[in-house]
Write a protein that binds this ligand. Structure first.
Ligand code: UN1
Length: 499
């Protein structure tokens, strides 16, 4: 059997990543599957970062003049290259981020989907025409490319979140500079190599249209602070957002923030309980609880609590946890030791607050951190329930009155995703009207959104929206144009100014 270090090398070769980039640098790439080192990655120095911004600025100056449908052709080719590389890239996502193969393939599929969406969009960057109050005038909105778009992404969706931003940014006429998580440099290098193949096939794209900055904090800070970067789309913790947002605001740069979640699900008395069980299990345990859309709070109606929670506990006790390269595993490892420590701290805070913890124990030893997902029955929404711990912990609470449950549901700082399981139409609609999240679902879980909708959330989630619907507008600037084709100069609001 090939070890994962060796397999990683084979995958990087197959994906076309220059060996120098992953054999010859100070940054260590680790696999959470075993905790072992799988590569040594080159890091961008400050001069490289500066050169990247210059090149991206030059690329933007040329790319903005390429007609949008032609820009779409580059993204179409990128989608084709991703289709060809899907299996290898997904395997690398499993090795580097620890996702089970089906979820890793889903992540690459999400990249392909956003490419398809962006290709269509490249012929639909519509502006309004607006009725004017003046005779023989025409008023219209025109959308123009914005500039250099910076993307800061997290380890848990190491490639898809970049693709949401890059595919839209590129068809909108921008160049892109990407700073991936330090925990996932290899999938970023592979994605960049795949993109470069699309660029080569496209033929005349400007050099430096999409660039990768492998590095730590300085690279991220440079993106945030550099006047050459018009927009920064940042995914990560609320703490990161609190640091980034004021710095972007101080230089009037645009921000798309996709920060923490503390996503709740309500299971109502009329729920289809089989469906709810699967929806909650995937939402809470999928990706080992490391999605920003992971279900973290569960409100179960008193009348069904005992039966439903017993079934859920059984699912928690039996779910297959382990190395995702082995068959039938549904829950892979935590990303690292810090994630494990944070999980144990949250569980001990939950115990102190009167919670009863089922699961949560470490499985195996060594440098990899596998845990049995934890279901925690809480006496109420208190203590750690208010925190987002990036690990598989589901806090379960009872409710008897839907209105009171809705108030509890909204009483956390983030506002990303939410769901209700019910077959009562009135309850479903009341929930959709009340949830203060950017995503609210009925009879499906909180995670696993499609790319066609705008993705993001309110309050401490940061307010940004990415991927589908009209998210593209954030990557463009809007100009309102009024044209007077009369031979007089009527002033708006009937103002008179005769000279
Ligand atoms: C994230 O966890 O940062 O809805 C993104 C989902 C995925 C995206 C999650 N489509 O769970």
């Amino acid at each position: 059997m090939v070890g994962i270090g060796e397999e990683t090398g084979q995958l990087l070769d197959a994906l076309g990543v220059d060996r120098v980039l992953w054999t010859d640098g100070p940054m260590l790439a680790l696999s959470p599957l075993t905790g072992e080192q799988i590569a040594k990655v080159r890091v961008a120095a400050l001069v490289d970062i500066d050169a990247a911004f210059d090149a991206a600025t030059r690329a933007f100056a040329a790319w903005r003049h390429v007609p949008a449908p032609r820009r779409g052709e580059l993204v179409r080719l990128f989608g084709e290259e991703l289709r060809a590389a899907k299996d290898d890239l997904a395997r690398l996502v499993t090795i580097e981020a620890g996702k089970i193969p089906s979820e890793a393939a889903g992540e690459v599929q999400e990249m392909i989907d956003i490419c398809d969406f962006a290709v269509g969009l490249s012929r639909q960057l519509y502006g309004l025409t607006i009725a004017t109050e003046r005779p023989e005038h025409r008023m219209m909105e025109v959308w123009h490319p914005l500039g250099v778009v910076g993307v800061i992404s997290a380890f848990n969706f190491p490639v898809a979140v970049w693709a949401w931003n890059a595919a839209l940014a590129l068809v909108c006429g921008n160049s892109v500079v990407w700073k991936p998580s330090e925990k996932t440099p290899l999938t970023a290098l592979a994605t960049q190599a795949i993109f470069e193949r699309a660029v080569a096939r496209f033929g005349d794209a400007p050099e430096g249209l999409s660039q990768l900055l492998i590095g730590g904090r300085e690279a991220g800070e440079a993106l945030v602070d550099d006047a050459r970067v018009a927009l920064v789309s940042a995914t990560g913790s609320t703490r990161m957002g609190r640091a980034v947002a004021p710095r972007l605001a101080a230089r009037f740069a645009r921000a798309i923030l996709e920060l923490g979640g503390n996503n709740g699900v309500i299971v109502a008395p009329s729920a289809d309980q089989d469906l709810a069980l699967r929806g909650v299990a995937f939402g809470a345990m999928g990706t080992a609880g490391q999605r920003c859309t992971t279900t973290r709070r569960l409100f179960v109606h008193d009348s069904i609590y005992d039966g439903f929670v017993a079934r859920l506990k059984a699912a928690y006790a039996s779910v297959a946890v382990g190395n995702p390269l082995e068959r039938d595993v549904l829950v892979g490892p935590l990303i690292d030791r810090a994630a494990y420590d944070a999980m144990q701290a949250a569980l001990s805070a939950a115990r102190d607050a009167g919670g009863s913890v089922h699961g949560g124990e470490r499985m195996g030893e060594g440098d990899a951190y596998y845990v049995r997902p934890a279901l925690v029955e809480m006496p109420g929404q208190i203590g750690p329930v208010f925190e987002e711990t990036f690990a598989p912990i589901l806090y379960v609470m009872r409710y008897d009155d839907l209105d009171a449950a809705l108030i509890q549901h909204n009483a956390v700082a983030p506002g990303l995703s939410s769901a209700i399981f019910t077959t009562d139409m009135r309850e479903a609609e009341r929930f959709l009207a009340a949830s203060d999240c950017g995503i609210a679902n009925v009879n499906l879980g909180t995670s696993g959104a499609e790319i066609g909708g705008a993705f993001g959330g309110e309050k401490e989630t940061g307010g940004g929206r990415e991927s589908g619907s009209d998210s593209w507008r954030q990557y463009m600037r809007r100009a309102t144009n009024t044209v007077n084709y009369s031979d007089t100069l009527p002033l708006a609001q009937g103002v008179s100014f005769e000279i």
